[in-house]
Design a protein around this ligand. Structure first.
Ligand code: SAM
Length: 322
């Protein structure tokens, strides 16, 4: 078991499989901004499998593949197959922008992926195109349909709330959750990377969001899953709020992250990291990675950086894996 200094059980590993992305979301990697993202040197599938097995042997049950855009990583189903073979992993999920999902969903499901989270910040094609720096909303809907068809469910939609861009769309998202058995998660914009400079103007708090949709009668269910969302039932689906800024989920944090270059991060918003490459290159990689996981948990901070103070001190979201 991995239990940290503050009594939190760590059972969730988020693995970034690439830091490359095919979209330019305005708060994450807008067009024209210079990046210092490392390229090359990504962990191999063999290495990611070793990390996952080491984590599973220490009590990790939930794995999420993310990025960058994970569907850009070549032969991703091959990795999914490796991870799905680990008996302790009971929940194997993927976060994607959905642009390439329609084509890949069947192979991912056949390889053993359980479910998907799809980022979809607007229900309006033109707005979606603007917010994502060129994305196609039609492709996202095709990805949702394909995922449903092959049983990659429950399907969650991630909506980062951005004042002036999509904050008036919440009722529409509640309706699609209710009518189409979807699970929408409204996420507060975190002042990291490009969002830091404009955080004040763009921020839309969860409490205001909840007030906006109150007359659609959401029924509070608490925090039912491994994630940080406060969840409400609406018809056949759910909505949830992830108030990362106004009510940070740190006291219940159960996760570790690894970047695509093999840096183990005990906290999303603190730039502590442990390089797994030396452990992976040694004679007993699984045992050495296990030690590194214990070391990361031992230094896991009680709280992340105070997110109400905009900070660019830590790595970009597309590098750490959101
Ligand atoms: N490319 C995939 C996608 O779009 O879902 C996975 C990586 S993306 C970095 C993961 C999630 O982080 C997305 O839902 C994205 O909207 C969210 N995200 C990125 N920057 C954020 C920020 N500053 N605040 C809150 N969420 C953010």
């Amino acid at each position: 078991m991995l239990i940290d200094r503050y009594g939190r059980t760590i059972n969730y590993l988020r693995i970034s499989v690439t830091n490359q992305c095919n979209l330019h979301c305005l708060y994450c990697r807008p067009r024209g901004r210079a990046y210092a993202l490392p390229t090359g040197d990504e962990l191999t599938f063999e290495e990611i499998g070793t990390v996952a097995r080491a984590a599973a042997s220490l009590g990790v049950e939930h794995i999420r593949l993310t990025g960058g855009e994970p569907l850009l990583r070549e032969d991703l189903p091959e990795l999914v197959r490796k991870l799905a073979d680990i008996p302790e992993i009971t929940d194997l999920a993927l976060t994607t922008n959905g642009q390439l999902l329609a084509e890949q969903a069947p192979d991912l499901a056949a390889a053993g992926l359980h479910r998907v989270n799809i980022s979809m910040d607007s229900l309006d094609a033109e707005r979606y195109h603007v917010m994502t720096g060129g994305g196609s909303l039609e492709r996202v809907w095709a990805g949702i349909e394909a995922s449903r068809h092959v049983g990659l469910e429950p399907i969650k939609l991630n909506v980062v709330m951005v004042r002036g861009y999509n904050h008036d769309e919440l009722p529409g998202f509640v309706r699609i959750a209710r009518d189409q058995a979807l699970h929408v998660r409204f996420i507060e914009l975190m002042p990291v990377g490009p969002a830091a400079a404009q955080a004040k103007a763009l921020f839309y708090p969860a409490a205001e969001a909840l007030r906006q949709i109150e007359d659609l009668h959401p029924a509070h269910e608490g925090r039912p899953g491994p994630g940080p969302a406060q969840v409400y039932r609406v018809g056949r689906g759910t909505i949830g709020f992830i108030a990362s800024v106004t009510n940070p989920p740190c006291p219940a944090c159960n996760r570790l992250r690894i970047t695509s270059q093999g840096k183990l991060r005990p906290c999303l918003t603190t730039d502590l990291e442990i390089d797994l490459k030396p452990a992976l290159a040694g004679p007993e990689p699984e045992a050495a990675v296990g030690e590194a996981l214990r070391a990361a948990v031992a230094v896991k901070p009680e709280q992340g950086l105070h997110l109400t103070q905009a900070s660019q001190a830590f790595t970009e979201m597309c590098q750490v894996g959101g």
